[in-house]
Structure formats: structure tokens, C-alpha cells
Design a protein around this ligand. Structure first.
Ligand SMILES: Cc1cc2nc3c(=O)[nH]c(=O)nc-3n(C[C@H](O)[C@H](O)[C@H](O)COP(=O)(O)OP(=O)(O)OC[C@H]3O[C@@H](n4cnc5c(N)ncnc54)[C@H](O)[C@@H]3O)c2cc1C
Length: 512
């Protein structure tokens, strides 16, 4: 059994894996990518109509601006892939990537003492992990050994989350077609139109993939034979038509230092805690202002789509979806219907709900999300597998990257923010300096204490805390990262800009 030995291995070639490969390039890492392409979700988990929801100037690498970065339109997934490939080619990252190479097993080869309070050296000079990979679906496993492993397998895509159904009421009893959005993404334009055209389609879910799909369904069903599709929502979330609220730019509410000052953050002292408490009416007022705009602008009440929780909670859990332009126009034409239900199952002609009503269907699409943790659990070995998450379901990650209890391994792409590209890139910069010994990690106990505090803040801010989102304190998170890297954390040129202009990747160029 041949074992190839390298310093650093990276699993996954999406945005996070490419960011990690670029930042760690001086160590010539090996990047394993299961598919034949870079880009992850933008390649395998997108429809024809999928667009970025983050403004493009926020979703960019700090040293590689979009060509038309001031273009306010949201790029399609294909444009994001082009941008990512240009970046990878420009920085000569492609040479590190082994395509069609899936990591199927990881073995720990280091010395590990669960009680040790020291994290240890990231590059100890001998292999710590072995990764077994299968190339081009071959059954043979090739082994590689690494001193440090970066896991970038992504939170979305690959493994669908399928609802559980009562016995004898699952998809097998339904005479129509059932598929998950992941299967839908694999269809070409002709196949997807064929699937939806003149069919009674029921879509389960009310997040971005469900909303985009409803619009594709409505578009395929124009004309006299067309049938309306029905979206079934269990939990409602706030949706936003554009990044402007009562004429004010959206970033003013959450993306500046002044606006984030109103929000709780981890590791705040007693005084800040008190201040945050006193300022909570202001925070609520900002959320209410957005809610009032959305309720005025969109027919949420007409369609029973107004969420009961504050907007702030969706923002704090990275669940805010940008609406496709014609979503409510199609609903007004009668091409999209809505239903609220928490329990449902199949009957031979369609789906049945816990309120006793039934819906006829030809096609049922499950826009029910993905099981990103299962992806991790299939490859991370015990005893580390059971340390991946806390009982709350959250992953304890120091600086959103290091699990203090898992040696010589980093996780990129598991903590989210408004721009996951920026969130991944700055953490990879931090990681490259950690690997180069430019700073030391605190003790395991201290890191656990910090991650616990961070998780407590997330829990306090939103009922959807399991998503590990830092969007209401992202600037503070970056400040701490900068300080650890020896950079100045206040990165604007003057106080006014520091307080009131938004922070994005361009503020974190490797200049100071
Ligand atoms: C529909 C959709 C819209 C989105 N819109 C936005 C947005 O507007 N703004 C935003 O910031 N974020 C958005 N996101 C979040 C998005 O997931 C991140 O922005 C980012 O692309 C995640 O990149 P990643 O590399 O972490 O994960 P992924 O893109 O999931 O990439 C993971 C890669 O790892 C590979 N892989 C997995 N397992 C293995 C294995 N065992 N061996 C080898 N390779 C493996 C996969 O093939 C894949 O290429 C969206 C996500 C989706 C699904």
C-alpha cells in the first residue's frame, strides 16, 4: 500500500478549498476534489437561474477583484465559476488539485492525548493523518499522509436531507415523480422544462432553492396548459427584494462597525454587555424598520408569508434570501400557490397534510436542504467524529477554523456570514500564518472557552443558531483574526469610514 507523504492536504475544491490552496500554496498542498470541477455548490447545486445573493463586491477575493465589481447585478452561478477559475489560474492553484478524487477514509497516525492542554505544532515534521482516496470511482484506495489536513467539504450539496414519513406513507406509495433539488440541479434546460411543464408540481421548502425553483416552475408553465405550482412552507423566513430599505443602503443596518456595535459579540466585558442591553431598543428598531419595509413592499400578508420572528433572527442565522424579480408577479398571476404545513406525507395521487387536506401532484420536489455534517462524519474517524459537534448541534471552531479537540486539522467553510467567500478567505490567511508559526494558538481550554462563548451569543441572538453564523458580529471576528495575525484591526483610513462604511474583502488585503 503506497503512502504519498506531503505536508498539507485539503479536502474539497469549492470556494473554501481554493482559498485554502492559494493561501497555503508555498507548502504545495494536495487538494482532493471528488468531482471533475472546482466550484462545489456553484457547479453541482445550482439551477439555470441560480444567482449570487451577496453583492459581487462582497463576494470577491481580496487580491482579485471582479472585472466589473461595481456592477450591481447579481452574477449567475456560471459567472461565479468563471471568476473562481480565473482566480485559480491566475495564482496557479490548479496544479495542486486532483480532480475526480474522493476522500473516503481518514486515519489518525499521530500521538494524541485527550487531556493535553497544548494544541501542538501544526507542522510537526511527521505525518499525523492518512487520507484514503478513490480516483475516477475506482474501488482501489490510494493512501496519502499529511502533517496537517484542511477540511473543506462544504455545508451544502452532496448529501440531501430527506424528511421522515410515517410507515407506508413515503414516496413509494406516490405514483408521480419525487426528487430532491440536488437531482433537479443535474438536469439540463430541456430536461428541467420537460419535468415541470404542464405538471402539477409541489415544492417543499421556503428557502432560496425552493424560491428559485418555484419561479422556474412558473416559467415552464406559462400558456393555457400550464399548471400552478404549490410551495409548502414549514417555517417562514424573511425575503428581501433588493439591498435597499426605505431608500437606505442595506449595509447600513448590519455591515458597518457602527451598526454591529449594537449587537452582542463574544468575549465582551461587563460594560459592553450592559451597553448592548441598553441599546437593544435601537437594535429592535432597525429590525422593525426592515420588517415594515418588507411588509409594505411585498404581498407577504396577502399570501400568509409574513414570518412571526424578527428579521434580525434570520439575518443572524444567514437565512435571508434575495427574491428573484418575478416571484410575486408569478404568484399574482396565479402560477405560484402557497401552503403552510409542518407534517405531511404521500398518498398515491399526491401529498396529504396534517390538517386533513390533500393536494394532487405529478411531481414533488424536496427543497429540504442538505446534511453537511453527515459528509464530515463519514470521513472523520473516531474518537474525533464525536467531537465534531457539541450537544447543541454546533461545531466548536476557534476562529471558525480549529476544533480545539482535533489536532492538526482545520475546517474552512463551516462558519457562515453574509459573504462566505470573504469568511473563508480571511480564515485561510490566518491559517497559513498559524502553519508558518507566526503566532501560537492559546491553550485548548482557552479556545474551548472562547468557542463556547461564541456559541452562546449565537444562541442568544437567533432561534436558528445551529447554522453557526457570525453575520451580526463579523467585523469583531475579523478584528480578532487580524490581531492574532499581527495586523491592525481597524483598517479604514479615517474614523468616519471606520464607523459608517461597510467592511469587505478589500479591507483585508495583505498590506498591513
Ligand atoms: C444555492 C446556493 C446559493 C448560495 N448563495 C450564496 C450567496 O449568495 N452568498 C454566500 O456567501 N454564500 C452562498 N451560498 C453558500 C455557499 O455554500 C458558499 O458561498 C460557498 O460556495 C461554499 O463553498 P465551500 O467550498 O465551503 O463548499 P462547497 O461549495 O460545497 O464545496 C465543497 C467541495 O468539496 C467536495 N467534496 C465533498 N466531499 C468530498 C470528499 N469526500 N472528497 C473530495 N472532495 C469532496 C465537493 O465536491 C465540492 O466541490 C449558497 C449556497 C447555495 C447552495
Amino acid at each position: 500500500m503506497a503512502v504519498y507523504s506531503k505536508k498539507i492536504g485539503i479536502i474539497g475544491g469549492g470556494i473554501s478549498g481554493v482559498a485554502a490552496a492559494k493561501q497555503l500554496s508555498k507548502h504545495e498542498p494536495v487538494v482532493f476534489e471528488a468531482t471533475d470541477s472546482l466550484g462545489g455548490v456553484w457547479r453541482h447545486c445550482s439551477y439555470r437561474s441560480t444567482k449570487l445573493q451577496t453583492p459581487r463586491c462582497d463576494y470577491e477575493f481580496s487580491d482579485f477583484p471582479w472585472e466589473q465589481r461595481d456592477n450591481s447585478s447579481f452574477p449567475y452561478s456560471g459567472e461565479i465559476l468563471d471568476y473562481l477559475y480565473s482566480y485559480a489560474e491566475h495564482f496557479d492553484v490548479l496544479k495542486f488539485v486532483k480532480f475526480n478524487t474522493k476522500a473516503v477514509e481518514i486515519r489518525f497516525k499521530g500521538d494524541w492525548e485527550s487531556k493535553s492542554d497544548e494544541y501542538g505544532s501544526p507542522l510537526p515534521g511527521k505525518p499525523v493523518w492518512e487520507v484514503g482516496v478513490q480516483t475516477n470511482n475506482s474501488q482501489t484506495i490510494q493512501w496519502y499522509a499529511f502533517e496537517f489536513l484542511v477540511i473543506c467539504t462544504g455545508k451544502y450539496g452532496d448529501i440531501p436531507m430527506i424528511p421522515k414519513f410515517p410507515q407506508h406513507k413515503g414516496p413509494q406509495v406516490f405514483q408521480g415523480k419525487v426528487l430532491h433539488t440536488l437531482d433537479y440541479c443535474k438536469l439540463n434546460e430541456e430536461e428541467s422544462t420537460e419535468l415541470l411543464k404542464d405538471k402539477k408540481v409541489v415544492i417543499f421548502g421556503y428557502k432560496k432553492s425552493a424560491i428559485d425553483l418555484a419561479v422556474e416552475c412558473a416559467e415552464a408553465n406559462q400558456g393555457p396548459q400550464g399548471k400552478p405550482c404549490t410551495m409548502v412552507a414549514r417555517t417562514l423566513h424573511w425575503t428581501v427584494p433588493h439591498y435597499s430599505i426605505w431608500g437606505l443602503p442595506f449595509y447600513m443596518f448590519y455591515s458597518t462597525r457602527a451598526s454591529q456595535f449594537l449587537h452582542e459579540r463574544p468575549n465582551q466585558g461587563f460594560l459592553r454587555c450592559l451597553l448592548c442591553h441598553l441599546m437593544s431598543p435601537l437594535r429592535r428598531a432597525a429590525s422593525k424598520m426592515i420588517e415594515s419595509y418588507l411588509t409594505w413592499k411585498l404581498p407577504l400578508e396577502k399570501y400568509g408569508l409574513k414570518p412571526e420572528h424578527p428579521f434580525e433572527e434570520d439575518y443572524a442565522s444567514c437565512q435571508m434570501a434575495i427574491l428573484p424579480e418575478n416571484f410575486f408577479a408569478e404568484a399574482d398571476k396565479g402560477n405560484i400557490h402557497f401552503k403552510r404545513a409542518s407534517k405531511w406525507w404521500f398518498w398515491e395521487g399526491g401529498v396529504e397534510f396534517d390538517d386533513g387536506t390533500k393536494l394532487d401532484a405529478d411531481v414533488v420536489v424536496l427543497a429540504t436542504g442538505f446534511d453537511g455534517k453527515k459528509k464530515l462524519k463519514t470521513i472523520i474517524p473516531e474518537p474525533f467524529r464525536c467531537l465534531l459537534e457539541f450537544p447543541s448541534g454546533m461545531m466548536p471552531l476557534y476562529r471558525g477554523t480549529i476544533n480545539p479537540l482535533i489536532p492538526n486539522m482545520a475546517f474552512v467553510g463551516y462558519v457562515e456570514s453574509v459573504s462566505n467567500l470573504h469568511t473563508a478567505e480571511i480564515r485561510c490567511k490566518w491559517l497559513s500564518r498559524l502553519v508558518d508559526d507566526q503566532f501560537k494558538l492559546p491553550s485548548v481550554e482557552k479556545m474551548l472557552e472562547e468557542t463556547t462563548k461564541e456559541m452562546e451569543i449565537m444562541k442568544k441572538t437567533t432561534r436558528f443558531f445551529k447554522r453557526s453564523c457570525i453575520s451580526t458580529f463579523s467585523i469583531n471576528h475579523s478584528d480578532e483574526i487580524c490581531e492574532e495575525m499581527g495586523w491592525t484591526s481597524w483598517r479604514k483610513n479615517n474614523w468616519l469610514a471606520e464607523a459608517f462604511s461597510p467592511y469587505n474583502s478589500q479591507d483585508y488585503k495583505d498590506k498591513k
